[in-house]
Design a protein around this ligand. Structure first.
Ligand SMILES: C[S@@+](CC[C@H](N)C(=O)[O-])C[C@H]1O[C@@H](n2cnc3c(N)ncnc32)[C@H](O)[C@@H]1O
Length: 472
């Protein structure tokens, strides 16, 4: 499904649909979760799931390493910036205790089909620490021989020795932060990363045999111009990564205090951002990349593009991913460990505390470091499925949803369907007897279509506390 750049994607349309909205790495989204779902509730859910044994399906494990050596001013992630490396050793001690606690509540013979290290900067750890984390987890869990084993790396702090070790351990995917090659932008956001450094990391990773390499870019950063970002996109195409994530800068100065240090008047206006987005879309698709969905592009032979064609695309806290369960097996459940990490089970979400001191304190008290969570109702599960279908398959099969959830779709979703009148007139959606399908333009604005089915959004939009970033 190679997506040619759609001529119908005009500036006027981008302007019209440039509202604030969630990115739907979960539904309901995190602001809806509550502290009433606590460590006891999470323990109970894990215990109940353990009783199902391997019938509960495969597992995805996410490990959060929060440390970074320096602060990138655009960053909206949960990070601990410290040059004091001894902090990592203390953290690992607690991480292992949390992992052992969780493992005791799970059936560890369930296949682990995805194993991800994210951050922060996981390569903040020394090679010896990285080996220990990997061996600790693989000695406890049942890592599938075909598992996707991925890590986020920062080319500025990742050494050749670390890359060799990662390959030796079995990591097969790398995601590297680049954001922008313009020196002026790099200086402004406090992230100096010469192109030669990124190029070496891509070349060396490929030489070592990493199966899929991703590059992260951000558009909308201060001092970016259409010309400068065109150069960045051309350089990235030359490096030829398997995947490209093109994130819209989530500028949230009310949430991320370091965003206040950025020169607000140098942040590109909406018209420049639209021009940058259109240029990137055009250059990447002309270079042969397939538009996967919100922010993501991949080469046609990459697993993500193949999964898109085969209807196996899935979305979770790590963005787009491939559903790794076997036929007739439930979708994988994600268990996150580490400070601030998120777990997504079949019908529940749980998130760990965000402060390191709270994380240590709770583990010292032999508790799971759960901060908040959520139990999904029937309505939540139904809406989650519709939203996932919109974002991953670009279509909703109404009879299939009606069968799975025992509803009359048109009656149940009369309000949501009414909200789709305008996007339909604007050419985002095509309807048939079986349901509706997003057009190429609609897939680019899929977040706006999904928002029609979000039961919690009207209350969030009515609140005077801004929660979400711009959709374009
Ligand atoms: C968790 S970060 C880790 C990457 C790694 N530490 C590095 O710096 O190379 C993952 C990605 O999130 C994206 N990101 C972080 N803050 C963002 C923001 N405010 N808006 C949009 N994207 C953001 C960046 O593209 C970044 O590479």
């Amino acid at each position: 499904m190679a997506t040619a750049y759609p001529e119908t994607l005009t500036d006027a349309l981008l302007q019209k649909y440039n509202t604030t909205g969630p990115r739907y790495t979960s539904y309901p989204t995190a602001p809806v979760w509550t502290e009433t779902f606590d460590a006891n509730a999470y323990t109970q859910v894990l215990t109940d799931t353990k009783a199902q044994g391997v019938a509960a399906g495969p597992l995805s494990l996410y490990v959060h390493i929060p440390f970074c050596e320096a602060r990138c001013l655009f960053c909206g992630c949960n990070v601990v910036v410290t040059p004091q490396k001894e902090q990592a050793e203390k953290y690992l001690g607690y991480l292992f205790r949390e992992m052992d606690h969780i493992a005791g509540l799970l059936d560890t013979s369930r296949r682990v089909v995805q194993y991800h290290w994210g951050g922060g900067t996981p390569t903040y750890l020394s090679p010896e620490q990285m080996r220990r984390v990997f061996e600790h987890h693989t000695s406890v869990f049942n890592l599938d021989p075909d598992a996707e084993i991925a890590i986020e790396v920062d080319p500025r702090v990742t050494t050749d020795e670390q890359l060799q070790l990662l390959r030796e351990l079995g990591f097969n995917r790398l995601s590297m932060g680049v954001q922008d090659f313009s020196e002026q932008v790099q200086e402004t956001v406090n992230r100096i990363q010469p192109i030669g450094m990124t190029e070496h990391m891509v070349d060396y990773s490929r030489q070592l045999g990493f199966g899929s390499i991703n590059i992260d870019l951000i558009y909308g950063l201060p001092h970016q111009t259409l010309e400068s970002f065109t150069n960045t996109v051309r350089q990235v195409i030359r490096l030829s990564p398997d995947r490209i994530a093109l994130y819209n800068f989530a500028y949230l100065p009310w949430l991320s205090p370091y965003h206040k240090l950025l020169p607000a008047d140098a942040i590109p206006e909406a018209d420049i951002k639209f021009a940058i987005f259109r240029m990137a879309m055009q250059h990447l698709t002309e270079a042969g990349y397939v538009y996967i969905g919100m922010d993501h592009f991949a080469k046609p032979d990459d697993e993500l593009a193949v999964a898109l064609n085969e209807g196996r695309l899935f979305r979770n806290f790590m963005g787009y991913t491939v559903q790794h369960s076997r036929p007739n097996e439930p979708d994988s459940e994600m268990i996150g460990v580490g400070v601030s990490s998120i777990s997504g089970l079949a019908n529940h979400f749980a998130q760990n505390v965000k402060k390191l001191s709270d994380y240590y304190e709770l583990i010292d008290a032999n508790q799971l470091p759960t901060h908040r969570g959520y139990a999904l109702s029937h309505d939540d599960r139904l809406r989650r499925q519709v939203i996932l279908d919109i974002l991953c398959q670009g279509q909703v099969d109404i009879p299939a949803i009606e069968r799975a959830f025992a509803i009359d779709f048109r009656e149940y979703f009369a309000d949501a369907i009414a909200k789709l009148d305008e996007p339909t007139q604007d050419g985002l959606i095509g309807w048939s007897d079986c349901g509706y399908q997003l057009t190429t333009t609609g897939r680019i604005l899929s977040r706006n279509v999904a928002m029609a089915f979000d039961a919690y959004l009207p209350a969030a939009q009515a609140s005077d506390k801004p929660m979400f970033s711009k959709t374009v």
